[in-house]
Design a binder for this molecule. Structure first.
Ligand SMILES: NC(=O)c1ccc[n+]([C@@H]2O[C@H](COP(=O)([O-])OP(=O)(O)OC[C@H]3O[C@@H](n4cnc5c(N)ncnc54)[C@H](OP(=O)(O)O)[C@@H]3O)[C@@H](O)[C@H]2O)c1
Length: 297
């Protein structure tokens, strides 16, 4: 199968470009400099050159707080470009796998969010991603929206990497403890995307239009930071204080409950992702050796 990955310089795109694909895969991973998905001409050229069977769109405007003051750019990348991409896929007979987010939900549900639950974003980023989901689903019937959450990995800025850095700079950390979600490692997400692409290539995976791909268990940002520092080589001796959302104001509202049910993923690929605590130590190790070497042992 010929697979085209967009946004290949991002944390998920980098992971997908380096992941273990089936040997029969012809993988092309293009960074934003190589393919700007808002540019119709560049999109057309990429399709003509690479003739993909499957496109995995990880390209996105992900600056959640900045989007509050720049919703037009968020919409251009996260929604208008997805419309272009979906229609181009439809014309070319390619299948579109499009990444989306738990932030399409308002977080007021008491339980786990199902794929069938209505979206109701409470931020500009969430609105742009919800519009992108709609564009993906209406632009081509051969498409799948993959919603994920709390993404972290070895490549690129993310919450875990930020905590590891801040712990090297400060004796006190304050972390929000009243938002729950499913921390999802890019390595686990990439492995599930490979399984989904393999199903799609075998014409066996397109019966659903939306699937949640996230860790099967949930935690808070505070617990995630605590667990990351506990497994870190740093042996952090400072304090980590649990904060309320009110005590840590941000430009964009975040859902208090981001828990994504992954029963549908299990039905589709025969497994769920590993629990978040299982993958965290290896990612922490990778981040630390990439940024700080082995000097803390
Ligand atoms: N990060 C999370 O916690 C999280 C949670 C839930 C869902 N998601 C979703 O998961 C997907 C992957 O996220 P990620 O964490 O890998 O994001 P990321 O690290 O921010 O990467 C996004 C990539 O998209 C590229 N990009 C931006 N505008 C583009 C354009 N016009 N054309 C082509 N590429 C463009 C960026 O390139 P530049 O750096 O050059 O702009 C960047 O390399 C996204 O759809 C995101 O919404 C992420």
């Amino acid at each position: 199968m010929r697979v085209l990955v967009t946004g290949a310089g991002g944390q998920l795109g980098t992971e997908l470009a380096r992941a273990a694909w089936p040997t029969t895969t012809d993988l092309v991973a293009l960074t934003s400099r190589e393919l700007d998905i808002t540019n119709k001409g560049q999109l057309g050229a990429a399709f003509d050159t690479h003739t993909p069977d499957i496109v995995i769109n990880t390209a996105a405007y992900t600056a959640v707080d900045l989007a509050e003051s720049d919703e037009a750019t968020a919409m251009a990348v996260n929604a208008d470009a997805v419309d272009l991409l979906a229609k181009r896929c439809d014309d070319a007979g390619a299948f579109l796998v499009h990444l989306s987010t738990d932030y399409v939900f308002d977080g007021t549900a008491s339980g786990w969010y199902l794929e069938t639950d209505p979206v109701n974003p409470s931020s500009a980023y969430g609105r742009s991603k919800a519009a992108g989901e709609a564009a993906c689903l209406s632009g081509t019937e051969r498409s799948l929206v993959v919603r994920t959450s709390w993404v972290y990995g070895a490549h690129g800025p993310n919450f875990v990497a930020t905590m590891l850095r801040l712990a090297r700079e400060r004796d006190e950390l304050g972390v929000v403890a009243d938002q729950v979600g499913c921390p999802t490692a890019t390595s686990d997400l990439a492995a599930a995307l490979i399984d989904l692409a393999t199903l799609i290539d075998a014409n066996a995976g397109a019966e659903h239009r939306i699937v949640h791909v996230a860790a099967p268990d949930a935690t808070t940002w505070f617990e995630l930071a605590t667990a990351a520092l506990a497994t870190s080589k740093l042996r952090y001796a400072g304090t980590i204080t649990p904060l309320t959302t009110e005590q840590y104001p941000t430009a964009a509202a975040r859902p208090a409950n981001s828990r994504l049910d992954t029963g549908r993923l299990h039905a589709m690929i025969g497994r769920r992702l590993p629990p978040w605590r299982d993958t965290l130590p290896s990612v922490v190790g990778d981040i630390e050796s990439m940024h700080w070497g082995d000097t803390h042992d």
